[in-house]
Write a protein that binds this ligand. Sequence first.
Ligand SMILES: C[S@@+](CC[C@H](N)C(=O)[O-])C[C@H]1O[C@@H](n2cnc3c(N)ncnc32)[C@H](O)[C@@H]1O
Length: 396
Amino acid sequence: MSDILLENKELLCRLILKSAQADALKKAVFSKPADKGVKKTVMTPRVISGRVMLQAEVFHTDNKATHENIELDSSQRIAEYIDGYLQINLITTAGDCEYKLSQSGKSVVIGGLKLERELSAEKSFARVQIGGNNKSKRYILSGDEPFLVYLGVSDKNGRVYDKKQAKFRQINRFLELIRDIEKHLPEGELRVCDLCCGKSYLSFAVYHYFAVMQGRKVKMTGMDLKPDVIEYCSKVAEHLGFEGLEFICGDIRAYQPEEHVNLVISLHACDIATDIVLEKATDVCADVILSTPCCHHDMNKKLDCDALSFVGKHSMLRQKLCDAVTDALRLKLLEAKGYDVTALELIDPEETPKNILLRGIRKKSFDTNGEAAKRAMSEYIEAYAYLTGGKTPEFM
Ligand SMILES: C[S@@+](CC[C@H](N)C(=O)[O-])C[C@H]1O[C@@H](n2cnc3c(N)ncnc32)[C@H](O)[C@@H]1O
């Protein structure tokens, strides 16, 4: 076997196992088999008796299918499968790649190195919801946490109600994203704000994650305009004994926290409410910001750009364009204010279109009057003007 072929097979084997271990692998499809009695093999991650394994489903030419469960550290068995096929496609939430081996022995892995970089980078990608006989083992929350029962997500036996499964997955995914940024938070007492908290599933989950699961001291504020939800959430916090978790009714624009805020979270603050959240979070110099925007209307109303008018003729594409530029402009503004920024997927995009999470991590040293800040701000202003027929952003 040539060195290149060996390297490509090893790369592919690593990618299959690494993506499965990171819960990023959707499936690996093995086609063009050497064995004429086989049509193809599809490998998918499955939870088998409480642990994730790769299930290889081999489709035979007599229309029968056989199954084999493979441990996630079994590179030898994966390599044996790779040896039996000329084409293998990997579909993952971190990107796709394709391995091809010609009859003459030439091999290529298209997108392999990029995928390896994505899987190794300090980035988050959507976690695949793994099917099997013990799904709950894969989540941070198991379903029987008292706050989930009290909020009506699970029944008293800890079984998540069918109609709340999507909410349960969303909360867990948000906690995974919190886990990813934990190293950017200080030790000791944590100060957290959930802005536009609504019914506050997220506030309770994040409080539970830090205070109950990790035993950390947490001071947390949920804030919303609606008095009824604030009253309800305050009662729930009291009932659960969540000391340090308060809810305040009011406009977040007027909120002035007394202590330095370490983490601002926000889920689905509608339209420009997300901009208000981000402005407040940067005003208080929050160490980390995690915000999932909701519906976008503002840019759709303001879009006035000759060069893009052909997009505007298709209302669905116009909305998608406006969604994308709105979030990209938000990230640019965060960058101008000293944050390292990333756009992430919250959960599987098939579940909801409101699925982008904007993440900002405040740089340790950043001169807000320096060159980098000025450059990012002028990029923001120029792009805004280009898209809106010369308008200047409202905050200026
Ligand atoms: C779609 S709800 C989302 C609630 C919650 N985060 C969730 O995901 O279930 C948006 C919330 O933002 C609140 N809101 C909008 N603008 C606000 C503002 N300026 N100050 C405080 N709350 C605001 C609304 O009252 C509403 O409850």
